[in-house]
Design a protein around this ligand. Structure first.
Ligand SMILES: Cc1cc2nc3c(=O)[nH]c(=O)nc-3n(C[C@H](O)[C@H](O)[C@H](O)COP(=O)(O)O)c2cc1C
Length: 184
């Protein structure tokens, strides 16, 4: 059972990154094989929007997106994690989402059986961000609604999430839920 987390925060060791580690840690304890991909550590360029995407065997942009998309398609579980930036996902996450257009144009979707959403904000914008991610999940996965797990929380400064015991516990529970929904 493989669970991959795609993290849209540019802050290594930031709140989203930390909560993802908590979730993956619990899933790993239950036997899942886990991998975290910090999108900002790789080259995931914005979609170029040319009209003939469907006619190419691979995306014409030769960056890290193609291998990330392969892992994304093959994983049993996928976690999409992002802080809120201006009431929505970060640019890193949006670029990744847009590059899924190649899959869409080739009638491919992730085979994941469960999807998790982690959203962290200082104070506002969680609802809009979750809405964006759910619309995207609807296009790129075949998971029923009851296999979409959510974790939201409030934190601002680097490391703040770490000191929020309730949020940390919820992140661990979320990791267990993802693992459990892969085993039913
Ligand atoms: C460019 C930018 C835009 C932000 N926009 C929002 C926002 O719209 N709403 C909000 O509540 N917090 C906003 N924040 C705060 C972050 O969501 C918050 O600091 C979060 O904990 C960062 O997560 P990270 O540590 O995983 O990067 C913004 C932060 C930055 C840097």
């Amino acid at each position: 059972m493989k669970v991959i987390a795609l993290v849209g925060s540019p802050r290594l060791g930031g709140n989203t990154d930390f909560l993802v580690d908590q979730a993956l840690g619990e899933a790993a304890k239950l036997g899942a094989q886990t991998e975290k991909i910090m999108l900002s550590e790789f080259e995931v360029a914005p979609c170029l929007g040319h009209d003939d995407c469907g006619s190419f065997e691979s995306c014409i942009q030769k960056d890290d997106t193609s291998w990330i998309l392969e892992k994304f398609c093959e994983a049993d579980g996928v976690i999409l994690a992002t802080p809120v930036y201006y009431y929505n996902v970060t640019a890193q996450m949006k670029a990744f989402m847009d590059r899924n257009y190649f899959l869409y144009m080739h009638n491919r979707k992730s085979q994941a059986k469960a999807v998790g959403i982690i959203v962290v904000a200082q104070s506002e914008g969680i609802e809009d961000t979750v809405h964006t991610l759910k619309r995207y999940i609807n296009e790129s996965f075949r998971v029923p609604k009851d296999r979409i797990c959510e974790l939201h929380g409030y934190a601002y400064e680097l490391g703040e999430a770490k000191n929020n015991t309730e949020l940390v516990e919820r992140a661990q529970e979320f990791g267990k839920r993802i693992d459990e929904s892969l085993r039913v």
